[in-house]
Design a protein around this ligand. Structure first.
Ligand SMILES: Cc1cc2nc3c(=O)[nH]c(=O)nc-3n(C[C@H](O)[C@H](O)[C@H](O)COP(=O)(O)OP(=O)(O)OC[C@H]3O[C@@H](n4cnc5c(N)ncnc54)[C@H](O)[C@@H]3O)c2cc1C
Length: 442
């Protein structure tokens, strides 16, 4: 059954911008993607990537299309509809001894969104982006044909679709390889470091031993403590280390309405508490949700952010930029008056096969910034620096990057645009992001 298009206010996770858009939602993806101008999953991209690019555009919202097509239990290969969420995948496959590779920091994302953003997790240095594990996709392209696309069939389109932010077509089904896991539990270690240099150094060296690593840093501490942080490292626990029972699924309560508790002041206190409570070495067996998805501890965490909304500024700096490059980005941010709320660093491995995928070897910096009259100025100044050192910005989090900055950061853009034009010469499939950054007509 197809639900007729409805109009309603929509935004990404950052709650900025908000637009009124026509959208259709049904379990019949073939029906709702016909004539649609963009697909949207669970709306966990932060900015305008999942918002329509035209006033009369229609979004196909995929979340009701959440069926499994088949599962090969011998090889750990699964095919599912694009609206299946990562939370569902984890609930189904963890008890069977399989995990979804390259899982991002929330399980509230769909398979379609994971392919379109070519997501990465704490494990980019060890297992790359999700696209590295995708074998094939079934998609509707702009001329309405439905195709099977893979490294063997239409390989260019396949690579342009991984990280192509939904602009090469509507994903209907995704087939990918799962990873066997020795147990459902995680063996995790954490330790605090007193300044930015030692935190980054510890993050990098952890990557040679541990498959999952991340550093949280405190940008609200002043002086030499600026950038002090906690490095987390982990791996799936061996059966002998872990409890014999399976980790029970968790169903966190949700924030029911916008209640702007998170601000510079409350985060300053939270950062102090977090640093001092976790600065000493800790090691233990933890629930996988607590390790992989700490931000899912409550549903709709974004409702605790300031009323005007927020963005996440996430960039990767090439290894050559060193810790100095990271310090420079953070200094510019603070000097230009942006208020960093939450900041995490990740260690990235090399580029994958997605033509426009975000990661490249180096250090990823992700900072939540409230939207104020100074945020655009700060993002512009940081982007000047990032483009100059050969870094780039993550489109799934972006709201404020200007087209000239994105072009300067992305030498692969013209090759990707050539593939997109070949399949969609009139840019029928477009988003608010593609209008802002790639000059698509409104
Ligand atoms: C708390 C939090 C933590 C996060 N952590 C990480 C992280 O660690 N690593 C990371 O990489 N990302 C992370 N993200 C970002 C998130 O993984 C991506 O934005 C992902 O794309 C969201 O999936 P979605 O289903 O919500 O997609 P949406 O936000 O709805 O859409 C995102 C993009 O995918 C496209 N799209 C969605 N479905 C389809 C489809 N069926 N066919 C074609 N295109 C489609 C949309 O057009 C849009 O361009 C995080 C987000 C949040 C909120």
């Amino acid at each position: 059954m197809t639900v007729e298009g409805q109009r309603g206010a929509l935004s990404g996770w950052g709650r900025h911008p908000v637009v009124v858009a026509r959208h259709r939602r049904s379990e019949n993806l073939e029906a709702i993607t016909r004539g649609a101008t963009l697909s949207r999953g669970l709306g966990r991209s932060y900015g305008d990537a999942s918002l329509p690019g035209t006033i009369d555009g229609t979004l196909a919202v995929t979340t009701a299309a959440d069926r499994f097509c088949w599962f090969d239990a011998e090889r750990g290969v699964v095919r599912a509809e694009a609206g299946v969420s990562l939370a569902t995948l984890n609930r189904v496959f963890w008890p069977r001894g399989w995990s979804v590779p390259s899982s991002p920091g929330t399980q509230q994302v769909t398979l379609g969104g994971m392919v379109a953003a070519d997501v990465h997790g704490k494990s980019h240095h060890s297992e790359g982006c999700f696209g590295e594990h995708v074998r094939s996709v079934r998609m509707r392209v702009a001329d309405e044909r439905i195709l099977e696309v893979s490294e063997d069939e239409q390989p260019e389109l396949f690579r342009a679709t991984l990280g192509g932010m939904g602009l090469t077509g509507h994903l209907l089904e995704v087939e990918f390889q799962l990873r066997p896991m020795p147990s459902g539990w995680v063996l995790a270690e954490s330790q605090g470091y007193g300044d930015l240099e030692s935190t980054v150094e510890a993050l990098r060296s952890a990557g040679s031993e541990w498959p999952h690593t991340l550093a949280w840093i405190d940008l609200l501490a002043g002086g030499s403590a600026f950038g002090r942080g906690v490095v987390e490292r982990g791996r799936r626990a061996d059966p002998g280390e872990a409890p014999s029972r399976l980790p029970a699924p968790r169903f966190p309560p949700a924030i029911p309405f916008v209640f702007p508790l998170i601000s510079g002041t409350t985060m300053r206190l939270a950062n102090i508490a977090r640093y001092w409570s976790r600065r000493l070495y800790r090691r233990g067996i933890v629930h996988p949700d607590a390790f992989f998805y700490p931000l899912d501890v409550v549903g709709w965490l974004n409702r605790l952010y300031p009323r005007a909304g927020f963005t996440q500024y996430q960039v990767v700096l090439p290894t050559s930029a060193g810790v100095e490059g990271c310090r420079r980005v953070l200094d510019i941010m603070v000097q230009r008056g942006a208020v960093p709320l939450l900041c995490v660093l990740k260690d990235f491995g090399g580029e994958g096969k997605g033509m426009l995928s975000f990661p490249k070897a180096g250090l990823s910096i992700a900072v939540d910034l409230p939207i104020t009259d100074r945020t655009q100025v700060a993002v512009d100044a940081m982007n000047d620096f990032v483009a100059g050192v050969g870094g780039r910005v993550y489109l799934a989090k972006d709201t404020l990057t200007r087209p000239e900055h994105f072009r300067a950061m992305e030498p692969r853009l013209s090759a990707w645009q050539a593939v997109r034009r070949r399949w969609d010469p009139e840019a029928r499939i477009r988003s608010a992001l593609s209008v802002r950054l790639f000059g698509d007509p409104i």
